[in-house]
Design a protein. Structure first.
Lengths: 458, 217
């Protein structure tokens, strides 16, 4: 990385971090969404090419970063399709495979956990995933015990590591070639969403709210420790970037405010508290209309959770309720980005800069994303408008923050082994040399395998 | 809110065991199955209103649909031809537009429409414009609902509206759009007649369209 790129990287990241912490900055971060779908397709590759060809995926990032040098953080896409194909993972319909090459990927609703399987999930999760959930989610695993099913698992493990390497290659390339940070690293789901998305499905969880509400609460509580472990396992070791959580069902009208407080918030709050204690900030997509529930983010320390406000949420009310306590992102309706004109964008950005964003702690974006169909001229108008109206001060000393996670925060984050070392040790018999050397590697790979089992619900 | 029969009240209270027990009792007394359905319709209408009032939320709508489905499963074998819905009832054609496979929102609307006495032709998901047109022509429906969850579907919604116009049906059918990314701006862009912000509003608009059509007739 050249000195210039390093300087640019640190300046962009410092601006982003300071905005999240509600500290002073020179200007508002630009393009600072975690889901820049527009950037994914800007270079002209099809959605299928982006999801199947990592070289094109990286090239798409670079082209966008070079054409919009004002942008401060960039993430464009998350799916590496070959991994899903290797396992026959049925969570998504994918462009070029089940959908036309330029279609958006789409989630497939299904009841992959049955109503009577809560106790198994809570008390025997390894058995639950191996015997119930994964056979329903991986078509390559349906004929368990066949050579094909073993090879599918092998490819799933290898592919999982390859995907991690691709993510690292993207972030390193952006950093070294463009001086561009990523907006977050590591991700998790709220325990309720973990149940509601890939496991019970929406219909299942809604019925459970009436037929077995106590099981939902018990399951959400039991999921907290793995949620924290999984998030920390993939987070930035230097705590530079927030950890990401898309909050899917915590809005009205999916849940009533009473249901939110009883079922959704307690386990999410405990998860957030543990990640914050470990030294991280969190970036939360408040999807849908969270206006009746977002006040709960005042229960967390100031400047620790970025709240992305969706198009359905009123950004002005969000600013009233949360402004000055947590950083907010949003404000540009999807329909304006897709159907509007540059003058509409400029008008909207100016209005936001003069009101909700005037004291900082705000990032103007679309609703949790920049949509695929954003008109390019509208994105350019957005960038220009923030440069014109989103300036705060020339006399600010922004410093990039980087530190190891808090040891206190990550205590108890030890991932369970599927086959404990003690069992393996008995099978080996007498250990001739340094037991700790062997034990450490055994447990490291066991924890990777354990986390892998949990990785297929969204 | 005016309370109806015991069964309709139990349904709108979502008292699952009481509902099934009342239905069993009525069937054992040889009560008219269609009258039982009508009582359930009244309960669903009340549920729709409670949703519109923000007393009930999605979970109540989905749980009531589950209960309603179970009740209909008991009653259906007792009706000649297994027809649960009056074929002369007001009819709505609905589907998720091409390019989008999401159906939860659409299904909530379908259940509420059926539960409140409408006849519904559910075209499913990923529905091409020509299928909407064909079904409107064949059924003579006065209302068509276009559902979408993805904001990449605005162009396709416009395509459906344009196809309905080209087929000479724009004056005969009212077009409602709904789904998370929809709003007035999207309605205006695609040329639909109405935008419904939620299931209750969608059902209310359908009722209004049909009652206005009757008043004119």
């Amino acid at each position: 990385m050249t000195e210039e790129k390093e300087r640019l990287f640190e300046e962009r990241l410092a601006r982003y971090q300071a905005t999240i912490s509600l500290e002073s900055t020179d200007r508002m971060p630009i393009g600072a969404t975690g889901s820049n779908y527009f950037a994914e397709v800007y270079a002209g590759y099809s959605n299928q090419e982006i999801m199947y060809d990592s070289d094109k995926w990286i090239d798409a990032h670079i082209k966008f970063a070079n054409d919009f040098p004002e942008v401060d953080v960039l993430r464009a896409g998350k799916i590496w399709a070959p991994l899903y194909d290797a396992l026959g993972c049925n969570l998504y319909k994918l462009p070029g495979r089940d959908l036309p090459p330029d279609a958006q990927f789409q989630y497939v609703e299904m009841e992959r956990m049955k109503a009577d399987e809560y106790d198994m999930l809570i008390h025997k999760p390894v058995e639950f995933f191996m015997e119930r959930y994964l056979p329903r989610t991986f078509t390559e695993f349906e004929d368990r015990g066949s050579i094909r099913s073993y090879i599918a698992f092998l490819k799933g493990g290898v592919g999982f590591m390859m995907r991690g390497a691709i993510y690292r290659r993207i972030s390193e390339t952006l950093k070294n070639e463009c001086g561009m940070p990523i907006p977050f690293q590591g991700a998790f789901l709220a325990p309720f969403d973990f149940l509601a998305d890939g496991l019970r499905g929406l219909n299942g969880i809604m019925i459970d709210l009436y037929r077995q509400p106590e099981k939902i609460i018990e399951a959400c509580d039991s999921l907290i420790s793995q949620t924290v472990r999984g998030a920390l396992a993939n987070a930035d070791p230097l705590c530079r970037y927030p950890i990401f959580v898309p909050l899917h069902r915590g809005n009205t009208p999916f849940l009533s405010p009473k249901q939110f407080e009883e079922f959704y918030w307690p386990s999410l709050k405990k998860t957030l508290e543990q990640l914050i204690e470990a030294g991280y900030t969190v970036r939360a997509y408040l999807e849908g209309d969270w206006s009746q529930n977002w006040r709960h983010f005042r229960e967390l320390p100031r400047g620790t959770v970025v709240c992305d406000i969706d198009t359905q949420g009123d950004i002005f009310k969000a600013s009233e309720d949360l402004g000055g306590w947590q950083c907010l992102a949003g404000g540009l309706p999807d329909s304006t980005l897709i159907l509007g004109m540059p003058k509409d964008i400029k008008f909207r950005v100016r209005g936001l800069c003069e009101t909700v964003a005037k004291d900082g702690g705000f990032m103007i974006t679309g609703g949790c994303a920049f949509p695929y169909d954003t008109k390019p001229e509208n994105f350019r108008a957005y960038v220009d408008a923030v440069m014109e109206y989103g300036h705060y001060s020339d006399h600010v000393n922004m410093q990039m923050k980087s530190s190891a996670p808090s040891a206190k925060g990550i205590l108890g984050a030890q991932t369970p082994a599927i086959t404990p070392w003690e069992t393996k040790k008995k099978e080996i018999g007498e250990i001739m040399g340094d037991e700790q050397l062997i034990k450490k590697s055994w447990e490291m790979l066991e924890s990777v395998a354990y986390n892998w089992l949990w990785a297929w619900t969204w | 809110m005016e309370s109806g029969s015991e069964l309709s009240q139990a349904l709108s209270d979502l008292n699952e065991s009481r509902i099934y027990s009342l239905v069993e009792k009525k069937l054992a007394n040889n009560e008219d199955p269609l009258a039982i359905i009508k009582e359930c319709n009244d309960g669903m209408i009340r549920i729709g209103q409670l949703f519109a009032d923000q007393t009930y939320f999605i979970s109540e709508l989905m749980f009531s649909a589950e209960i309603f489905k179970n009740v209909m499963a008991k009653i259906s074998p007792l009706i000649d031809g297994g027809e649960l819905v009056d074929q002369n009832a007001d009819l709505v054609v609905i589907g998720t537009v091409k390019g989008d496979i999401h159906d939860i929102g659409k299904n909530i609307v379908v259940n509420l429409l059926k539960g409140t006495g409408f006849n519904v032709v559910d075209l499913g998901v990923d529905v091409p414009a020509e299928v909407f047109v064909k079904n409107i022509q064949e059924t003579g429906a006065k209302v068509v609902g276009l559902s979408a969850l993805l904001n990449v579907t605005f162009g396709e919604m416009k395509n459906v509206v344009d196809s309905i116009s080209k087929a000479g049906l724009k004056e005969k059918v009212k077009i409602i759009i709904g789904g998370a990314p929809c709003n007035e701006k999207v309605r205006e862009f695609c040329g639909a007649d109405y935008y419904a912000k939620d299931a209750s509003e969608g059902v209310f608009i359908c009722k209004r369209i049909y009652s206005q059509a009757e008043a004119v007739a």
